[in-house]
Design a protein around this ligand. Structure first.
Ligand code: NAI
Length: 251
């Protein structure tokens, strides 16, 4: 484990969609830098196991089952952070899904499902977290958008719309919350190697990877390090920003 533990020492962080992939890596990196972390995920067993794994690495963490589209379950995560770890300083809206299909083939149900998880889920997280943070004089919220929300991907009209929507929501919330000491920023990852992108056809993955100026797909830690920066005092004068973590793709 890194010896650097001061960036988030004494803070409590919540990461949604943290049972695996980018979310789990964000939780680990925030934990390595001193945060107590609450992992929230739809999948109960997986999130408890993920939190136990982090405890095994010396990070104070708990897992909580939560569907980010459910208002009460999102509030329950805030309550857990406060009762178990004494506060709420950082909230990362990371939970996400894809249901890719061309316009010809995409069902209305899959359009609604994807926009619901990303947009409603992020909105519920921003609302619940900021309510608690403003009472306590401040905090940092980081929303995970995507380069698909900047450039648009064929086969992802649902996902691209949702990820672009997260950018607008981030800026609106940042303006509302700035004078309460709550900063709201977003990250737009490019192609990152996780279960989500391993589900892509191999030739699509390779074609996308070939278009990256840095000539490689990103790793979850590449995203997690930028979330750490935005969560910490190093970014204390940043709000409403959207940072691309994409190896130069679509710059
Ligand atoms: P993943 O599929 O590996 O993990 C997503 C996690 O979110 C899973 O643990 C899943 O159980 C959880 N989840 C799904 N629906 C949920 C719900 N309703 N409530 C709570 N948890 C839920 O995905 P990955 O790749 O780690 O992606 C994480 C985030 O990063 C997502 O928002 C994704 O859209 C975004 N992203 C990923 C990129 C990539 O290349 N992998 C690129 C750009 C953005």
């Amino acid at each position: 484990m890194s010896t650097v533990t001061t960036l988030l020492e004494g803070r409590t962080a919540v990461v949604t969609g943290a049972a695996q992939g980018i979310g789990l890596e964000i939780a680990r990196v925030l934990g390595v830098h001193g945060a107590k972390v609450v992992l929230a995920d739809l999948r109960d067993d997986a999130v408890l196991e993920a939190a136990a794994g982090l405890r095994g690495q010396g990070i104070q963490s708990i897992g909580v089952q939560c569907d980010v589209t459910d208002e009460d379950e999102v509030r329950n995560v805030v309550d857990h952070a406060v009762t178990e770890f004494g506060g709420l300083d950082v909230w990362v809206n990371n939970a996400g899904i894809t249901r890719d299909a061309s316009l010809k083939k995409m069902s209305l149900a899959d359009f609604r499902l994807v926009t619901d998880v990303h947009l409603t889920g992020t909105w519920l997280g921003v609302r619940a977290a900021s309510a608690r943070m403003r009472e306590n004089g401040g905090g940092a919220i980081v929303n995970i958008s995507s380069m698909s929300g900047k450039a648009g991907n064929p086969g992802q009209t649902n996902y691209s719309a949702a990820k672009a929507g997260i950018v607008g929501m981030t800026k609106a919330a940042a303006k509302e919350l700035a004078h309460h000491g709550v900063r709201v920023n977003a990250v737009q990852p490019g192609l990152i190697e996780t279960a989500m992108t391993r589900a892509m056809p191999a030739e699509s993955f390779a074609a996308m990877e070939a278009s990256i100026p840095m000539r490689r797909a990103g790793q979850p830690v590449d995203v997690a390090n930028v979330v750490l920066f935005l969560s910490s005092g190093l970014a204390g004068y940043m709000t409403g920003a959207v940072l691309e973590v994409a190896g130069g793709r679509l710059m």
